[in-house]
Design a protein around this ligand. Structure first.
Ligand code: PEP
Length: 249
């Protein structure tokens, strides 16, 4: 089965009402290939989800950047998967390295979150990736495999999961992974699925790359056989005449 190219824009904790409206109007005018060819998803902060959803063209989907690990209730400050369903938000990003490292989200906690969001019918962009220290010590594959295993331990169906390989050293640093570095990890992850989940999942799961992707470096990355799209942070916030999601394909 062909894997549909996926482009996600992670706006992180940025934006005002006015700025968000500007990005949306830029996107509404952008030339984007048809939904049959590419799946485009943008992820604004929680407080702008409804605004973005109401103004954005219908062929671009909306994702939250996180959600609570189980049913909502007495969890001050959290947002539940049920609330996202209620707002009609189809996707959520889980396990982003900023949450793993700054907010101490463990592999197991991320696995539980992925399982709960899927159980509520929300599709998940699940992030994995190694730190510079881990890369330099030669443990990249071990790290991303452990992060992926913690998710695999909690779910049995990968149809609604996109796995984002995001090396921490590449996020927001301007130091993009080389196409060969990205391909190597993506291929190893696919091999991991083949051995530990199934050949079918290994062939069908989309593995996207994130970390300092921009219009200039995306083409060579996209040409790698095991790379099925991007999660774009900083560049997805840039509103200027050259801003085009199409340029990431
Ligand atoms: C991200 O935060 O998911 C990301 C990939 O950021 P950037 O593109 O800015 O490196």
């Amino acid at each position: 089965m062909a894997r549909k190219f996926f482009v996600g824009g992670n706006w992180k904790c940025n934006g005002t009402n006015e700025e968000v409206k500007k990005i949306v109007s830029t996107l509404n005018e952008a030339e984007i290939p048809s939904e049959d060819a590419v799946e485009v998803v943008v992820s604004p902060p929680f407080v702008f989800l409804s605004l973005v959803k109401s103004l954005l063209r219908s062929d671009i989907q909306v994702a939250a950047q996180n959600c609570w690990v189980r049913k909502g209730g007495a969890f001050t400050g959290e947002v539940s998967a049920e609330m996202l369903v209620n707002l009609g938000i189809p996707w959520v990003i889980l396990g982003h390295s900023e949450r793993r490292l700054i907010l101490n989200e463990s592999n197991e906690f991320v696995g539980d979150k992925v399982a709960y969001a899927l159980s509520q019918g929300i599709k998940v962009i699940a992030c994995v990736g190694e730190t510079l220290e881990q890369r330099e010590s030669g443990s990249t594959i071990e790290v991303v495999a452990a992060q992926t295993k913690a998710i695999a331990d909690k779910i049995s169906n990968w149809d609604n999961v996109v796995l984002a390989y995001e090396p921490v050293w590449a996020i927001g640093t301007g130091k993009v992974a080389t196409p060969a570095q990205a391909q190597e990890v993506h291929a190893e992850l696919r091999k991991w699925f083949q051995t530990n989940v199934s050949a079918e999942v290994a062939g069908s799961v989309r593995i996207i790359y994130g970390g300092s992707v921009n219009g200039a470096n995306c083409k060579e990355l996209a040409a790698q056989p095991d790379l099925d799209g991007f999660l774009v942070g900083g560049a997805s916030l840039k509103v200027n005449s050259s801003y085009k999601f199409a340029s990431f394909i």
